[in-house]
Design a protein around this ligand. Structure first.
Ligand code: IPM
Ligand code: MG
Length: 357
């Protein structure tokens, strides 16, 4: 029997509840497809930090490095200094394993869920390839003379040729694979008119594009891209963009596809251990209330299965989620509209019926 090793990091807030539903779905699919999954759970997050003073130890990174993938719930808790756990755990995993692609599909399953008038599933179907290891996230900079009138705060945006090229190349490969409408297209989103350092993106994009004569290219500045994503989402196929813009653009994308309740992401280094997570946060106010929507985590499990070489299982989940959202059984993707475990059960029902498979 095929067997896979994954790490599970539920994290903070609603992380635990949404991950629980994701794992129910994973177990069901494993049984249907005839593979097994060995899961190692890790307790890292705010509770663990407050009890022990430890964020995430070296030994955990080493252990995860031996696995195929990691499923993460959410990190962030108001009891802990802003950003500290996010940097240690989310950014820690992204950096340690050089997960240079943050793959974020923006796909609308049912017109009812779209906040944009007259737009349906055929209009909202794109993938954002967010660079995931550089930019303002790299941590170069700091705060000096803190608390004085002379205080200076600096955060550098870093782009390396290798870092930019590999993610752009991934975007082109992904567009070829997706082959949307038999006319693949990659759009570069940047702010090279104001941030001239991003000229490295402009030049590298043009060079890589020349190797893909069958892929159409397009360009939008980030401010305009936000507008087009709402006005004409059908214009996009694959979008490639630096880290910070990708972070912002994909929250907008999540709304266009129906809400944070359904938006998933893969932090990927092709062929190596990678991390999958919902793009929403930890929503501490909903913790333990069985209100959070687990569909984004279920979608993250789907992406994880694709990564670890179980496309049949990934397809089952994709079809089940599609069926559930098209059927109108879920009236809203917002927290509290349905119980967390109720949505898990609805998806499991669809899986057991084998919809679309
Ligand atoms: C995301 C999140 C993270 C990010 C935060 C929690 C550091 O917003 O994955 O989109 O900015 O990358
Ligand atoms: Mg974000």
């Amino acid at each position: 029997m095929r067997s896979h090793q994954i790490a599970v990091l539920p994290g903070d807030g609603i992380g635990e509840e949404v991950v629980r539903e994701g794992l129910r779905v994973l177990d069901a699919v494993a049984e249907m497809e005839g593979f097994s999954v060995e899961k190692t759970h890790y307790p890292y997050g705010a509770d663990h930090f407050l009890a022990t003073g430890e964020t995430m130890p070296e030994s955990a990174f080493e252990a995860i490095g031996q696995m195929e993938a990691c499923l993460l719930g959410a990190i962030g808790d108001p009891r802990v200094e802003t950003g500290m756990l996010e940097r240690a755990i989310i950014w820690g995993v992204r950096q340690t394993f050089d997960l240079y692609v943050n793959l974020r599909p923006v796909k609308l399953y049912s017109a009812d869920l779209c906040p944009i008038k007259d737009k349906g599933p055929e209009d909202v179907d794109m993938v954002v390839v967010r660079e995931n290891t550089e930019d303002a996230y790299a941590g170069l900079g700091g705060i000096h003379r803190i608390g004085t009138p002379q205080e200076v705060a600096v955060a550098e945006m870093i782009y390396t040729r290798d870092g930019v090229e590999r993610v752009i190349r991934y975007a082109f490969e992904h567009a070829v694979k997706r082959n949307k409408n038999d006319a693949p297209q990659v759009t570069l989103v940047d702010k090279s008119n104001a941030i001239r350092a991003q000229d490295i993106w402009t030049r590298t994009f043009a060079e890589v594009a020349s190797e893909y004569p069958n892929v159409k290219t397009d360009h939008a500045y980030i401010d305009a891209a936000c507008m087009w994503m709402v006005k004409n989402p059908e214009w996009f196929d694959v979008v490639v963009t630096p880290n910070l813009f990708g972070d912002i653009l994909t929250d907008l994308g999540a709304m266009v596809q129906g809400g944070m309740g359904v938006a998933a992401s893969g932090n990927i280094h092709p062929g190596k251990v990678s991390m999958f997570e919902p793009i929403h946060g930890s929503a501490p106010k909903y913790r333990g209330q069985n209100k959070a929507n687990p569909l984004a985590t279920i979608e993250a499990v789907r992406m994880m299965l694709d990564h670890i070489g179980e496309p049949g299982g990934a397809n089952r989940i994709g079809q089940a989620v599609k069926h559930v959202l098209e059927s109108g059984r879920i009236k809203s993707l917002s927290a509290g509209a349905h119980a967390t475990d109720e949505i898990g059960t609805i998806v499991l029902d669809a899986l057991e019926q084998g919809v679309g498979v």
